[in-house]
Design a protein around this ligand. Structure first.
Ligand SMILES: Cc1ncc(C[n+]2csc(CCOP(=O)(O)OP(=O)(O)O)c2C)c(N)n1
Ligand SMILES: [Mg+2]
Length: 670
């Protein structure tokens, strides 16, 4: 195998020592990964990737994901070297400082060029599967035989930890099934994690595992050899399967005593260690942050290559536009994340109906109406598509043979599904949704948290949202889930009370382009409220709204509830009004959205002067005290549920009109 040229060696050292110097200056960070993977990154960024540092958002760029986010300095060094405008030397020198563009782990939407937030191991590679699926779907949807306007690779560098995490197994298994040939993962096989050598805990044959998933597995014996890596990437591109390139590397390559040692993972090198590495690799010890003009010029060729590639693509797109103006317009619209005019007109309204329907069923109808107007809507379920009501009628399945399908079968892989949801939407051009039973949201929470943290407008449909699951018992009955997601910043959890609130909830979810939305939906039927008698379901947008004031005179009692429990307060309210009580009914589908309203609006709904207040929700009490006050009462559930017919459980746990009446009477008695 051809040896690296002197210029290439110096270029690798520039990555290594920009990274190590920045970490040394910050007195914080992880030098081992950038030192060991410099050649993998160099080969990608100088020989393979089509990207334009001058326009990090160019639609058809190759995507690069550093799954081992702890190696963030690798990414920042590359951005500086290849000429991303905002990534100045100053930014490298303020690594890990408040307000810098160089946070400890790469953050999407914070630093141009970062395609996804990484740090929790495994999420990067799993999200990359979603990004590759988005590419495959958009290519199948928009490309013609002649103009391939969507045609890019998704590259990943993954670490041992990434391959140990279950989420990558789930996502990689699906990627293999789907034959995502443009997904290429370089595995930093350095045999080291924090606690020691991988043989203390990770000894299976990773290659065989990925082969079994249906991936092409390639080996690079010397992870510092550029031509060997280059050849493997070429082979990866040539094969129709996703590829895992197992690169034998040395963590902290160059450090005199820390190379091939866990100390290099996140140790701050002493002067001797850092200077020793520079000397050993033939790099100037001083000044720190040194890059020769020749090396910088070599990397900055990326700007010329990138602008040429983007110009060529623009030409291709112009030709495409000439022949397919409507398709071109739509492609531009979805890539910009804009909604078509009058998209809301398709959303159905539901007539009053005392028997009603489950909000999951209403959701299915609304989703299908929206999907006709919004080709960017794509998604599916973790093997519960029917139960979750997320099947798109008259749409094909997304499969290897048909990437234009919009029904994704995730299999029973919630965590992988969550990360893929992020990738699908993050790619651009799509708005994705995923679904499972609410209780199993626990299995995908880490991905949802990243969606919230990095401002991804994907949609999470969780049906079977309470103990009303019934006979399946406490393993299947969510309790703390509503409030646990309410505690998560940047998430809007919407728990609609009836079909019309469900329609409104979907509109809100589609409009929330920069943050995830959860729809918590019932398994069981709930009445569709008569909106002539009760306020419009548009009130959902404000989080809570007055459904009705029943009875005469000043309000004696405020009853509030979310989702299926709204029916209880409506029925109880009617009885109380007949008894002469003046009662206000508040539908409270989203605590987060209500929290965002003005104090005036909040007070106008909540009437804080009224002491008799009751909240009803079939979930934990946490958070509700704020709205009922010190004198208020709650009908909530601070224990696990039980197996039994749903109707009996409601009686057992007090979710009955009788109990609402009893509690109300007590409150009114003072
Ligand atoms: C989900 C998750 N668990 C734990 C960690 C803490 N952590 C950061 S890196 C790492 C393992 C390091 O080993 P490896 O992935 O091989 O990276 P290397 O040390 O080789 O750079 C761990 C446990 C994390 N970032 N994410
Ligand atoms: Mg490792």
């Amino acid at each position: 195998m051809q040896a690296n040229t002197p210029l290439q060696e110096e270029a690798l050292n520039a990555i290594r020592f920009l990274s190590a110097d920045a970490i040394k200056k910050a007195n914080s960070g992880h030098p081992g990964l950038p030192m060991g993977t410099a050649a993998m990154a160099y080969t990608l960024f100088t020989k393979h990737m089509r990207y334009n540092p001058a326009n990090p958002k160019w639609a058809d760029r190759d995507r690069f994901i550093l799954s081992g986010g702890h190696g963030s300095m690798l990414l920042y060094s590359l951005f500086y070297l290849t000429g991303y405008e905002e990534m100045t030397m100053e930014q490298l020198k303020t690594f890990r400082q408040v307000g810098s563009l160089t946070p400890g782990h790469p953050e999407y939407k914070h630093t141009a060029g970062v395609e996804t937030t990484t740090g929790p191991l495994g999420q990067g590679l799993a999200t990359a599967v979603g990004i590759a699926m988005a590419e495959a779907h958009l290519a199948a949807t928009y490309n013609t035989e002649v103009e391939k306007i969507v045609d890019h690779y998704t590259y990943v560098i993954a670490s041992d930890g990434d391959l140990m995490e279950g989420v990558t197994s789930e996502a990689s298994s699906l990627a293999g099934h789907l034959g995502l040939g443009k997904l290429i993962c370089l595995y930093d096989d350095n045999h080291i994690t924090i606690d020691g050598r991988t043989d203390i805990a990770f000894t299976e044959d990773r290659g065989k595992r990925y082969e079994a998933y249906g991936w092409q597995v390639l080996h690079v014996a010397d992870g510092n050899n550029i031509s060997e890596i280059d050849r493997a990437i070429q082979a990866a591109k040539a094969d129709p399967r996703p590829s895992l390139i197992i690169c034998k590397t040395v963590i902290g390559f160059g450090f005199p005593t820390w190379a091939d040692n866990p100390a290099a993972h996140s140790g701050i090198p002493s002067d001797e260690e850092l200077d020793g590495a520079k000397k050993a690799l033939g790099y100037p010890v001083e000044p720190h942050f040194y890059v020769s003009e020749e090396v910088l010029a070599h990397y900055r060729e990326a700007l010329t290559r990138g602008s040429q590639a983007e110009t060529e693509w623009k030409k291709k797109f112009d030709d495409y536009r000439q022949k397919q103006p409507d398709q071109a317009r739509e492609f531009e619209r979805v890539m910009a994340g804009d909604l078509p005019e009058n998209w809301q007109d398709s959303v159905p309204t539901f007539p009053a109906d005392a028997r009603g329907l489950a909000t999951r069923a209403a959701s299915g109808k609304v989703l299908n109406a929206l999907a006709k107007e919004l080709p960017e809507l794509i998604g599916g379920s973790a093997d519960l598509a029917g139960s979750n009501s997320v099947k798109l009628d008259n749409q094909a399945s997304f499969q290897k043979e048909n990437y234009s399908g919009r029904n994704i079968h995730f299999g029973v892989r919630e965590h992988g599904m969550g990360a893929i949801n992020n990738g699908l939407t993050q790619h651009g051009g799509l708005r994705s949704f995923v679904a499972t039973f609410f209780v199993f949201s626990d299995y995908l929470r880490p991905a949802l948290r990243l969606a919230a943290l990095s401002g991804i407008g994907d949609i999470w449909v969780f049906s079977h949202d309470s103990i009303m699951v019934g006979e399946d018992g406490p393993t299947h009955q969510p309790i703390e889930h509503l409030n646990s997601f309410r505690a998560m910043p940047n998430v809007a959890l919407l728990r609609p009370a009836d079909a019309n609130e469900t329609a409104e909830a979907w509109k809100v979810a589609v409009e929330r382009k920069d943050a995830p939305t959860i729809l918590a939906l019932t398994r069981q039927a709930v009445p569709t409220l008569d909106r002539q008698k009760f306020a419009s379901a548009e009130g959902l947008r404000k989080g809570a709204y007055v459904l009705a004031d029943l009875g005469e005179g000043p309000t004696d009692l405020v009853l509030m509830a979310s989702g299926s429990e709204v029916d209880l307060i409506v029925k109880a309210g009617q009885v109380l009004a007949e008894e002469g009580v003046s009662v206000r009914l508040v539908s409270f589908p989203s605590l987060e959205l209500f929290d965002k309203q003005t104090k005036e609006y909040q007070d106008s709904v909540m009437l804080p002067g009224v002491k008799a207040r009751l909240a009803v929700e079939a979930g934990s009490s946490l958070g509700w005290h704020r709205w009922v006050g010190a004198d208020g009462a709650l009908i909530t559930l601070d224990r696990f549920g039980a197996s039994g017919p749903a109707e009996e459980l409601l009686v057992e746990f007090g979710f009955t009109v009788e109990n609402v009446l009893e509690k109300s009477h007590k409150l009114l008695a003072g």
